[in-house]
Write a protein that binds this ligand. Structure first.
Ligand code: NDP
Length: 243
């Protein structure tokens, strides 16, 4: 039997990068996948690769639109809160717009989507697993990342709080905390060798993570192989956070 057969999974930010790869991997491992993202063309492209995947186009920064979109989704057993933005600004130039946008997508949407899915799991007495995609940036200050680091740090506390309150309902909640991955987000912020070089030199394994490194850790935390793990932050960082 395939690893996730009989399970329904929702992946946010599944139009590109890590989220798209998670959606494809879950589908190939037998899950029925709902892929949520903001750009319809990305979702259409995903369906060309995996016609079995159901798609949902919504901006998670919009609370009411998210509530309406998710009301059509049905029962979900596995949730990956992956969507995020990285709007980099020096601390002294941080704007209200960037702050509000970042917190609404990176933190508030994870809370809102998790509430909707967890309420349904609890109502039908089913177990579940949630993975929040955080970052090494939740634990370390990085130049120009004040707001991004703050959202990810808050996301880690959300993971622990959810683990505390959802554990009695057999819903596990964990995070993965990757180092840089060369997706669209990674390329925008880390292509400059002047920035990338010093970062790589702080990673004991001496390289950035691959998308599949992150996907494999997410699938582990969603699977029954991590049945006794909840409230944990799993670094996928080549040892960056150990130093
Ligand atoms: P990408 O920017 O490559 O992809 C992000 C996806 O999320 C896109 O499909 C994007 O859609 C979607 N998304 C963004 N905002 C919204 C929104 N408001 N509503 C719905 N969907 C949205 O990012 P990555 O794949 O690199 O990042 C995935 C996760 O991994 C994020 O949580 C990120 O913080 C985390 N991470 C990434 C690292 C990296 O170096 N890449 C390192 C550590 C953590 P659209 O493009 O249409 O806006």
């Amino acid at each position: 039997m395939e690893r996730f057969s009989g399970r329904r999974a929702l992946v946010t930010g599944a139009g590109k990068g890590i989220g798209r790869a998670v959606a494809v991997a879950l589908s190939r491992a037998g899950a029925q996948v709902v892929a949520l993202s903001r750009t319809q063309a990305d979702l259409d492209d995903l369906r060309k690769e995996c016609p079995n995947i159901q798609t949902l186009c919504v901006d998670l920064g919009d609370w009411d639109a998210t509530e309406a979109a998710l009301s059509q989704v049905g029962d979900i057993d596995l949730l990956v809160n992956n969507a995020a933005v990285a709007l980099l600004q020096p601390f002294l130039e941080v704007t209200k717009d960037a702050f509000d946008r970042s917190f609404s997508v990176n933190l508030r949407a994870a809370l809102q989507v998790s509430q909707i899915i967890a309420r349904k799991l609890i109502a039908r007495g089913a177990p579940g697993a949630i993975v929040n995609v955080s970052s090494q940036a939740s634990h370390r200050a990085l130049s120009d990342h004040t707001v991004y680091c703050s959202t990810k740090s808050a996301l880690d506390m959300l993971t622990k709080s959810m683990a505390l309150e959802l554990g009695p309902h057999k819903i596990r909640v964990n995070s993965v905390n990757p180092t840089v991955v060369m997706t669209k987000m990674g390329r925008l912020n880390w292509t400059d060798p002047q920035k990338a070089g010093p970062m790589i030199s702080r990673i004991p394994l001496g390289k950035f993570a691959e998308v599949d490194d992150v996907v494999n850790s997410i699938l582990f935390l969603l699977s029954d192989q991590s049945n006794m793990t909840t409230g944990a932050m799993l670094p996928v960082d080549g040892g960056f956070l150990a130093c």
